[in-house]
Design a protein around this ligand. Sequence first.
Ligand code: NAP
Ligand code: MG
Length: 400
Amino acid sequence: MKIKMTVPIVEMQGDEMTRILWDWIKEILLEPYIDLKTEFYDLGLENRDKTDDQVTIDAANAIKRLGVGVKCATITPNHQRMSEYTLKKMWLSPNGTIRAILDGTVFRAPILIDGIKPYIPSWVKPITIARHAYGDMYKNVESLMEKGSKAEILITNADGSEKKLPIFNFESGGGVVSGMHNTDKSIYSFARACFNYAVDTAQDIWFGAKDTISKTYDNRFKEIFNELYETEYKPKFDELNISYEYSLIDDSISRLVRSKGGLIWALKNYDGDVMSDMVATAYGSLAMMTSVLVSPDGKYEYEAAHGTVTRHYYKYRDGEDTSTNSVATIFAWTGALHRRGKLDNNNELIDFANRLEKAVIKTIEQGIMTGDLVGLFEKQNITPKKVNSKEFLNEIAKRL
Ligand code: NAP
Ligand code: MG
């Protein structure tokens, strides 16, 4: 008998190779065992274009309503995609739209496999990056500056009074200028999401910023983190025997490299963007990195950290064999099923999610993997065997 679900998961289909993998994962690994209940939104680029991107907004609101979503990778259109898909408009990044509606923090954690050694051998446990997903450089206003121009910040207060802060005088030559912002509300949400996640997963948390240089901007982040920790979270942390620590980002990087892992590293938007690629690569492959967006009121959206794997898709379309890694996409599903199970007290669903994750790890640890992992795998008495995209899923099913 199949496992029953009571409340649906918000399912967001996507693009290219991951769209193909998505259907196979459901067909081979989920539907034979679960009476899968989902509310389906097609976020494939064609449907986003057809619905004037309303489908993305609807999906985000559905996550708000139902609490748990799982998303396939999607194309963020650029000029080349405009002509490839003859789009009406260069639609925004769906992830950006969903993040803006849920106001979330993105947590990224690698999946560790016995046989795939991190480039930093001391990292025996996963490092989870918590990236603030609002503001700073991602919402900046910038301009080229001509020789002879000058840049100032003009602040108009609520009472109409004005304050002018000089930035730079470009009298001897041109240059560039940028204006950034963040909001207390978003920083509080970020800090709260980080502390909740630390409590949820019982891991230490480090927050790194640059308050020595950015004495007002970065310092505001530090103040808010410290305040929330001291006033709300400290007792819970003490009880779980976990810790919170602020340090300069430089210092936290050098200590991270020497650490064993097993902690959450909270970072501002840009730092998180850049460092998550470093951490993913250091653990082996982008295809082994999970990603979850957590809103301040506890809504969860799971996805793989990688994109739609375009190069593989073009091969697939031309009828060629592909060996695309589906692990992070499978873990997006198990994350969502696990969360749904927890919310609905559905132990069978939780148990299934755990078993599926174990089956994936076992498959690779026994030497069966996709092409991206073959060169990274080293284990005594096991020669890694490269299988194609579908064979990999069937091998997992055999062990499930
Ligand atoms: P990508 O799809 O992550 O792929 C980059 C390269 O990484 C691939 O060509 C492949 O290398 C390798 N790779 C990534 N995932 C893999 C997997 N599962 N299995 C095996 N190899 C994997 O990034 P991209 O090429 O920069 O972007 C492609 C599209 O994805 C773009 O349209 C972009 O907008 C979108 N994107 C979406 C998201 C999202 O929805 N969250 C995130 C990033 C990018 P080889 O070709 O060398 O095998
Ligand atoms: Mg990045």
